[in-house]
Design a protein around this ligand. Structure first.
Ligand SMILES: Nc1nc2c(c(=O)[nH]1)N[C@H]1C(S)=C(S)[C@@H](COP(=O)(O)O)O[C@H]1N2
Ligand SMILES: [Mo]
Length: 181
């Protein structure tokens, strides 16, 4: 626009939660990014490949492409991520109910799960989820955030979002879901 030389202050910055970690921090899709895909060292080519599969292991084993996940019944829920580093932000998540995924491999109402990230090292690679959270209808394997496909930094192609759990357990880049037996 002609004559517009002053960069306006962006109110979204003023209202945003404080930067979780200066240097790597950012906000995308309306939600803070604490650990980016690059910082976590995930293999972007692998995660974005058409050969990517989610493995779900119970009595049976399921290997689901992203298209196959998108073809399952989708739910949308508004849920917060609450990080111990002092920020909390709500967003609208769309994806498949975790309970539906474990039911497909023959697990019942009492199933707990172990969720494994494609992240190769670090404390957030493996997460254990008790049965009460697995069967909660609000707990999703999320594929979308605020109406958009997840960005790589938010855990593309799939991440966990569950109510009333600390942010550290909202696992990004989910590769594998196991029902221990
Ligand atoms: N695989 C993996 N999942 C992860 C993390 C991570 O580092 N690796 N960070 C966790 C933390 S501490 C929080 S608060 C939420 C949101 O983190 P983000 O801001 O880095 O997206 O994702 C969680 N899921
Ligand atoms: Mo966090």
């Amino acid at each position: 626009m002609a004559g517009q030389t002053v960069t306006p202050l962006r109110p979204s910055n003023l209202l945003a939660p404080r930067d979780p970690e200066p240097g790597t921090a950012g906000t995308r899709q309306g939600l803070p990014i604490n650990r980016s895909a690059a910082a976590a060292g995930v293999d972007a080519a692998e995660l974005t490949s058409p050969d990517w599969r989610l493995t779900v292991v119970g009595e049976r084993e399921d290997r689901l492409s992203l298209d196959a996940l998108r073809a399952l019944p989708q739910r949308t829920e508004r849920l917060p991520i609450a990080c111990v580093e002092g920020w909390s932000a709500s967003a609208e998540w769309t994806g498949v109910r975790l309970a539906d995924l474990v039911e497909r491999v023959g697990a019942g109402d009492g199933a707990s799960v172990r969720v494994v990230s494609a992240q190769r090292s670090g404390g957030y690679r493996v997460m254990e989820m008790p049965a009460a959270y697995v069967r909660d209808p609000l707990t999703l394997l999320a594929l979308r955030l605020n109406g958009e496909v997840l960005s790589l930094d938010h855990g593309f192609p799939a991440r966990i979002i569950a109510p009333n759990r600390p942010g550290v357990w909202q696992t990004k880049w989910v590769a594998r879901i196991e029902v221990p037996r």
